[in-house]
Design a binder for this molecule. Structure first.
Ligand code: FEO
Ligand code: CA
Ligand code: CA
Ligand code: CA
Length: 598
């Protein structure tokens, strides 16, 4: 009965063809317009983008690289709240080979950093972080409001606060910050969330990439750093900035890997890393208010064999007084999920002193439990998942969707009921039903919504409904969004001609009734790109999507030539000689108005 109550109608739009080319494609009857690209002005006085003469100073005023999460906040008091607001965007990471002329492909494995120098590293640091832009719709077309007083660039150098139980801990103190409460910047911000009190949650994910250098022999942080894959040695930052060199600053990584809360309406506000929400490779932080009024934030830790978490605030959200929620995310309980074989599941609290989270297991405080949330989850017997990415609740049904993107390292002997496929190349989606429809409840039921991949290849074991066409199936679910009618939309990362015969994109996904498990292809990204962001305006008339790293090569294709600034796999979206491909935000609208996807 609960499902029938929230049951959403099938998707009426006409499906696009799955495939790959240099362009983006959207379902008939829709427009998909470029809103802002890497290098476009954000702050007043930003110079025009000049790819051959980049500088850190210019980049710090321009839109950053690799847009991932997108959130929209209606402008309070606006005549058209769905047509005028603030857009917040994460800039997850940088593709040096596509950004910088003459650099060529960087090989992470050899830690060669060929051609990287201080200037290029500083451009990269300025291209990370996030952007706040004011956007407005005029005659159905979106544009960035120039010289907005809300415009903001956040980079890897922006001063931030650490708050909550781990703030001030000795393990968060460094030479530059003996207080353990002040950190510079956020890095590798992947997905995120928007809170009902009007703040942006932005999530630090693969923070290990930025650190290099060896810890001192016998360092107390050795096991902790190893569990997060430190040092990742993917970037040359540690050569020019001591804080990214583990031999100089062993505690700096403990100041990354958090959820950062930012007030987009106050450009002078200090972004705050909320340590109560735990430290791991945060994919996203989509929240919902529970029956009792607590704010419940679902979180995936994107690593093979890592966990799904939720954070439940101690206090109730106050929807009538924005300021009352200012530090609500500093007090609450982090939980980690166990999925049992009988279709039940448990949220286990990560609380110092409870269970094995005690001094005899190496935890001296709640700060330790939060800094090493993964190890705490290990000790509680949390279920090892196939790379948890976005986790989002459907407010119409109170079901929760967990994107499990893939895990090629899972062997037949270590499958579990919630992750049943060995060599899980295409991922799956798990649906949770909180007990009593209460997101704060300690128990839930779960089932697999769909196992992804090509249903025409029996050995893949995909479970899309039989109504799904050759275009409607997908692999590697990553981000997702629930529209105002309670319908699920899935964005993918990792489809390519060699792996699935198609580029990444957005697929609508039916979750209820006869059509449950039917995928339908809505949007396709250009070659080399991954699909991020997707976010609906409150009335579903605009769907903002983020096209990340267009122009990469299909790495699994043995015939593919490495993609570079000079020879990308597409020059989307400008298609001009000499202009590199540029990650960009696309605004999708229904031609003539109306709900997207109708
Ligand atoms: Fe940055 Fe898990 O994707
Ligand atoms: Ca990404
Ligand atoms: Ca992602
Ligand atoms: Ca991904």
């Amino acid at each position: 009965a609960a499902a029938a109550q929230g049951q959403a109608a099938p998707f009426p739009f006409r499906e696009i063809e799955a495939g790959s080319d240099a362009h983006h494609h959207v379902a008939e009857g829709h427009d998909a317009d470029i809103l802002i690209r890497w290098g476009d002005p954000v702050l007043p006085g930003a110079p025009a983008f000049d790819p051959l003469n980049q500088s850190a100073a210019a980049q710090a005023r321009q839109f950053g690289y690799n847009n991932d999460f997108v959130g929209y906040f209606p402008m309070p008091g606006a005549a058209d709240p769905a047509g005028h607001g603030l857009l917040v965007v994460n800039h997850e990471y940088t593709n040096e080979e596509l950004m910088f002329p003459g650099l060529g492909r960087q090989d992470i494995k050899t830690v060669a950093f060929k051609g990287m120098n201080r200037d290029l590293v500083e451009i990269e640091m300025a291209a990370h972080g996030g952007s706040v832009i004011e956007v407005k719709r005029n005659d159905g077309k979106w544009a960035v409001v120039p010289e907005s007083r809300y415009a903001r660039r956040i980079t890897a150098e922006t001063p931030m606060a650490l708050s909550g139980p781990a703030a001030g801990s000795a393990r968060l103190q460094t030479g530059a910050d003996p207080t353990g409460r002040a950190v510079k910047g956020m890095i590798n911000n992947c997905a995120g969330g928007t809170t009902p009190w009007g703040t942006w949650l932005t999530c630090e994910e693969n923070i290990n990439y930025y650190f290099s250098g060896a810890l001192a022999e016998g360092s107390a942080e050795a096991a902790n750093h190893k569990r997060l894959g430190l040092p990742g040695n993917a970037y040359a930052w540690g050569r020019f900035h001591e804080r990214f060199d583990l031999s100089k600053e062993p505690n700096e990584p403990n100041r990354f890997g958090w959820v950062v809360e930012i007030d987009p309406f106050d450009p002078a506000s200090v972004p705050t890393k909320r340590t109560a929400m735990g430290r791991f490779k945060h994919e996203g932080a989509a929240g919902i208010v529970s029956k009792g009024g607590a704010y419940v934030v679902y979180q995936g830790d994107d690593e093979r064999f890592d966990y799904v978490y939720k954070f439940v605030t101690e206090a109730a959200v106050n929807l009538s007084d924005r300021a009352a929620n200012r530090d609500i995310l500093d007090s609450g309980t982090l939980h980690v999920a166990r999925f049992d074989a009988d279709g039940r599941g448990a949220w286990m609290p990560l609380v110092f002193g409870q269970g094995k989270l005690t001094p005899e297991h190496g935890f001296a405080s709640q700060a330790d439990v939060l800094v090493e949330a993964r190890r705490a989850g290990d000790l509680l017997g949390a279920t090892k998942m196939d790379r948890p990415e976005d986790v989002e609740a459907n407010p119409k049904t109170d079901k929760v969707y967990v994107m499990l993107t893939n895990n090629v390292k899972r062997k037949a002997e270590d499958v579990n009921a919630a992750n049943p496929r060995p060599d899980n190349r295409f991922g799956h989606i798990v649906e949770l039903t909180p007990d009593g429809g209460d997101h704060a409840a300690p128990g839930f039921a779960w089932e697999i919504l769909v196992k992804c991949g090509d249903p025409a290849i029996a050995s893949v074991g995909a479970t899309f409904s039989s109504a799904t066409t050759k275009d409607g199936w997908f692999g590697m679910p990553d981000n997702c969004s629930v529209d105002g009618q309670g319908r699920l939309w899935v964005a993918t990362d990792g489809n390519s001609p060699s792996k699935t015969g198609r580029n990444d994109g957005i697929w609508a996904m039916e979750t209820d009734g006869q059509g449950r498990g039917t995928g339908k292809h809505f949007f396709r990204v250009p070659n080399g790109a991954e699909m991020c962001g997707p976010y609906f305006t409150p009335d579903d008339t605009t769907f903002f999507v983020a096209v990340q790293h267009p122009g990469e090569a299909d790495e699994e294709d043995p015939k593919a030539v490495p993609a570079t600034f000079e020879a990308p796999s597409t020059r989307w979206p400008d298609f001009k000689d000499g202009m590199p491909p540029r990650p960009a935000i696309v605004a999708i609208t229904k031609r003539g108005g109306g709900r997207v996807g109708s």
